[in-house]
Write a protein that binds this ligand. Structure first.
Ligand code: 0PR
Length: 365
């Protein structure tokens, strides 16, 4: 490192010059993150030095984490749900599989996961030494429940379903999968990292939550559609027993055990996540989600007018299309099957959609 420190002015001139190299959100159509809501930013700044890893030192902040879990548990029809704030979907998925493995106590455990699952499950299986059994999708890009049932055996410690897939925005048949999991006594984790902050606010959306008795745990990410600051994920389970299966002794902390994966954990973004929910309420969330869905349908309509057909009819605000030429400076993404993928996050306003469509029209004319 430098022997002599920089002046604050030259330091920030350097840092901010680098920030200028980042892509402007106005052109980001590929991300599942967004510009945080102003109340999340304010809460984040107020709670900057809080550490949920030693909750006895921050009892007020820890109570806000519990309130976030309570709010989400209630949203998912289990007000007494247990859980904690993670760093995001990856950690929630790792911890859910770790929990399922501990609870099942099998020697050579396997997990049954749809082909459409996020790559975090590959990391989880690798770390936890789990055999990953991949379930094919039906033609509608949802997990095939019959194929899933056939793959389950006595060493299966967990089945996974997705509410809002990363690539195509589809929701697996969680009701059917919940029935299978219940009948076979298998732990059933629902990855609602994206859809968990969309589906509850949409009329007629597929059911994916604890109202289905076979659902054992849910991952949801406030740092995606919850508009919190990063990092903020939440893992929810039905009871404290499941969480306790993850506990290790923490002799020199203000608590004697912890079930989290990280030790030191930010309070700032967790309070940011709660702030958005409290400030907007269900009514405000419904408005935000309605806007994102409206823009998604407008995008699909507009692209189809230019002869670029949709690849799927999504349950959430992820639109996918046949390949097309995309002019700069737009940042888009591509699925494993080669489809163009655009996510209509809250920062992708109606005007942004129109200006993107105009550019596409000119490019693909
Ligand atoms: N589960 C699902 C269904 C997801 O879509 C994602 C991330 C995860 C789990 C993992 O979440 P974390 O990344 O919070 O650990 N989905 C996005 C993706 O991989 C994340 C993302 C966000 C990617 C912003 C790019 C980006 O700019 O596509």
């Amino acid at each position: 490192m430098r022997e002599c420190g920089l002046s604050e002015e030259s330091l920030f001139s350097f840092l901010l010059s680098k920030r200028q190299e980042d892509v402007d959100h106005a052109h980001i159509l590929s991300s599942m993150c967004t510009v945080p809501h102003p109340v999340a930013v304010r809460a984040h700044l107020e709670f900057m030095e809080t550490n949920l890893g030693d909750p006895g030192l921050f009892p007020g902040t820890a109570s806000l984490e519990r309130l976030l879990v309570e709010r989400l548990g209630t949203l998912y029809h289990l007000p007494g749900a247990c859980g904690y704030a993670t760093s995001g979907g990856t950690e929630s998925n790792i911890q859910a599989l770790r929990m399922a493995r501990q609870l099942a106590g099998r020697e050579r455990p396997n997990v049954v996961i749809p082909e459409s699952a996020h790559f975090s499950f590959q990391k989880a299986c690798d770390i936890l030494c789990l055999e990953m059994r991949t379930v094919p999708l039906c033609s509608d890009l949802r997990m095939d429940p019959e194929a899933a049932a056939e793959m389950i055996d006595r060493n299966t410690c967990c089945m996974v379903g997705i509410a809002g897939t990363t690539e195509y925005g589809m929701t697996d048949p969680i009701r059917d999968l919940s029935k299978i999991a219940g009948d076979l006594g298998v732990f059933f984790h629902v990855d609602a990292a994206f859809g968990g902050m969309v589906l509850p606010f949409l009329d007629g959306a597929p059911v994916f939550d604890f109202s289905l008795p076979g659902v054992s745990s849910i991952a949801v990410d406030p740092h995606k559609m919850g508009m919190s600051t990063i990092p903020a994920g939440v893992l929810l389970v039905r009871d404290s027993e499941s969480l306790c299966s993850l506990s290790v002794d923490t002799p020199y902390l203000t608590v004697k055990q912890e079930f989290t994966l990280s030790g030191t954990r930010p309070g700032a973004s967790v309070v940011g996540a709660l702030a958005v929910l409290e400030y907007l309420g269900a009514e405000g969330m419904r408005d935000i989600v309605a806007g994102c869905m409206k823009n998604t349908w407008r995008l699909i309509d507009g692209m189809e007018t230019y002869g670029i057909p949709r690849a799927a009819t999504p349950d959430v605000n992820v639109a996918t299309f046949a390949p097309a030429r995309i002019p700069p400076p737009w940042k888009v993404s591509w699925t494993r099957k080669g489809h163009l993928r655009l996510v209509c996050m809250p920062h992708v306003h109606a005007g942004v959609v129109e200006s993107f469509l105009k550019d596409i029209g000119e490019q693909n004319a």
